[in-house]
Design a protein around this ligand. Structure first.
Ligand code: HEC
Ligand code: HEC
Ligand code: HEC
Length: 135
């Protein structure tokens, strides 16, 4: 390995190591989180908010749901601006609806995973609208 490549590698290791330490130091893992479309101004929600029982999903790998962590080392909200922030459209990847309900994805999508488990006869992760959406 030449000297420049070695220096770049050391620099990279310092950056990555620093981020990992910062993450471990400050991370508070919530017991439950409420997801609400109320953050979208001018949008009238069709369903109630979803209070997600984070604690009961801890047997699933963090990065399955928090899929940006390997890149950013941060746990952003799903509907953060620039992420899944389209509350009107249902077709695109950034669609709020598609993010949580698509059955094409079985790791990150709430309904996608629950439906896949049901198909395999495992557990009883709920699929009824109002088991997630509570008025
Ligand atoms: C089944 C999916 C799922 C799994 C698995 C999961 N989380 Fe989460 N987590 C969520 C959702 C959904 C939120 C709420 C995000 C939002 O507010 O938009 C959240 C929120 C968080 C937050 C708060 C983020 C903030 O903006 O304040 C942290 C920290 C977090 N999770 C850490 C973890 C860690 C660590 C693990 C693994 C031990 C983990 N999560 C596993 C889905 C998951
Ligand atoms: C990768 C798979 C997976 C994903 C993704 C997932 N879940 Fe679950 N969920 C489960 C499993 C497994 C159970 C437990 C079922 C059982 O008790 O047998 C569960 C249970 C639940 C329950 C009922 C029991 C409880 O803990 O409250 C609710 C409500 C729920 N999930 C909501 C959500 C929501 C909302 C999301 C998306 C933010 C989500 N889930 C994402 C696998 C998943
Ligand atoms: C496993 C959990 C889960 C199930 C089951 C589920 N959803 Fe959702 N849904 C969510 C999450 C999480 C969001 C994003 C947060 C929010 O909007 O409250 C969402 C958002 C929505 C939105 C956009 C926001 C709004 O309220 O207008 C609509 C519409 C919606 N869901 C309709 C439905 C309908 C209809 C059903 C039943 C056919 C259903 N959902 C079943 C988890 C679920």
């Amino acid at each position: 390995m030449n000297r420049i490549a070695a220096l770049v590698l050391i620099g990279l290791m310092m950056v990555l190591g620093g981020a990992a330490v910062a993450l471990a130091g400050n991370l508070e893992i919530p017991q439950s989180v409420t997801l609400s479309p109320k953050q979208f101004q001018g949008y009238t929600p069709k369903k109630g908010d979803v209070t997600f029982n984070h604690a009961s999903h801890m047997h699933i790998a963090c990065a399955d749901c928090h899929h940006t962590v390997p890149d950013t080392y941060t746990f952003e909200g799903c509907m953060t601006e620039g992420c899944h922030d389209d509350i009107q459209n249902r077709a695109e990847v950034n669609s709020v609806f598609r993010t949580f309900h698509t059955t094409k994805d079985t790791t990150k999508s709430c309904v996608g995973c629950h439906r896949n488990l049901k198909k395999q006869g495992q557990g009883d992760a709920p699929l009824a609208c109002n088991s997630c959406h509570v008025k």
